[in-house]
Design a protein around this ligand. Sequence first.
Ligand SMILES: NC(=O)c1ccc[n+]([C@@H]2O[C@H](COP(=O)([O-])OP(=O)(O)OC[C@H]3O[C@@H](n4cnc5c(N)ncnc54)[C@H](O)[C@@H]3O)[C@@H](O)[C@H]2O)c1
Length: 363
Amino acid sequence: MAEPLRFGFIGAGEIALQTARAVEASEHARLVAVSDANPELAKDLASRHGAAFEPTPDELIARADVDAVYIAVPHFLHLMLAQAAARGGKHVLLEKPAGATAEDAERVVRTARECGVTLSVPFIYRYAATWGRVRELVADGALGTLQGVRITYVHRKPDSYWEGGYSGRSRSDWRTRVLQAGGGVLIMNCIHEIDAVRWATGLEADSVFAEYGTFATQAEVEDRIGAVVQYRGGAVGVIEACSHAPGGAGPAGDGGQRIIGTTGQAVISGGKVWYYGEGDHRAAPAGRWAELPAPQERDARALLVDDYARALSVGEEPPIPDDAGLEAMKVVTAAYQSKRHRRAIRIEELFQRPVMAPRRTVG
Ligand SMILES: NC(=O)c1ccc[n+]([C@@H]2O[C@H](COP(=O)([O-])OP(=O)(O)OC[C@H]3O[C@@H](n4cnc5c(N)ncnc54)[C@H](O)[C@@H]3O)[C@@H](O)[C@H]2O)c1
């Protein structure tokens, strides 16, 4: 077997803990060093996995025994740290989003390519059994020609989320700040579904119109958004998200993620996949709704990290290509620009004039 991929982690907050467990579980990966602006968190994570503590990202990137750098920090730092890792000759596994704006994401991709290293964003839904099943249905033609998708995210995040995420491990209000997070529920949560739809259906966004606001929180970023996505070829998508709906999704659920074709539909809801088709398909007989045999749901993060490390350890490209993070960010940035310009924004417009990137004040 090839030598395991040696990871250095920049960021030892909430999600890094989970990713480190995934690294530990993979026979293809090893965690060798950790750095974080908060040294206590870095030391804590390093000690859990027998890794070294590095005082700064630069020192971590400079280590000869680091093959790939995993970056899990506030969004406005993604560009700077991903570029630093790439320029240091390291492969980059960059948490979503690929940048705080599409422009940042494009610069990250370009830098990685120029430096001859790989870049990948860990979109874990690509490893969820539900989305895998929907992808199979689309590939089999079981839905016919796609006419639309619906992405829903209706939750009630705890108030403490804004001061330290779900765990409170790293106390900071970066998630509330437009300049630091880049936005709210769309960039933070729906970006997963935006990528999953693209991966499962092959649909590419052409334009986005959005309205959003902040209603139930003191955050600067949006806690409610509605968007319409026009896909190339004509399919129409709808995104509806609310991160602070009283009572959350409630007993009726949020309606799930829905892919509608001309001859069939697929719905992901409550960890299940439902399918209706008008023609006979091995998934279900024609003309009735069926819950597809529940694929065993797996730890998507563990699968992703294992697959990524396996690929890189044998010199393959990462299973999630570098453009995935950029394409998802084009939809996000177009949505945010749409509200500012009060019109639909075409994806191809994004790079014809400067993307309205927040002025950076990173120290
Ligand atoms: N893929 C997923 O499902 C998923 C889930 C949660 C978070 N995330 C993403 O992971 C990233 C981190 O999120 P989180 O919830 O772990 O946040 P967090 O606030 O818990 O952790 C971020 C860490 O970055 C550190 N940090 C800040 N500035 C730094 C710097 N200049 N150098 C080094 N370290 C620095 C902080 O001290 C903190 O420990 C975000 O991009 C977030 O969107 C992804």
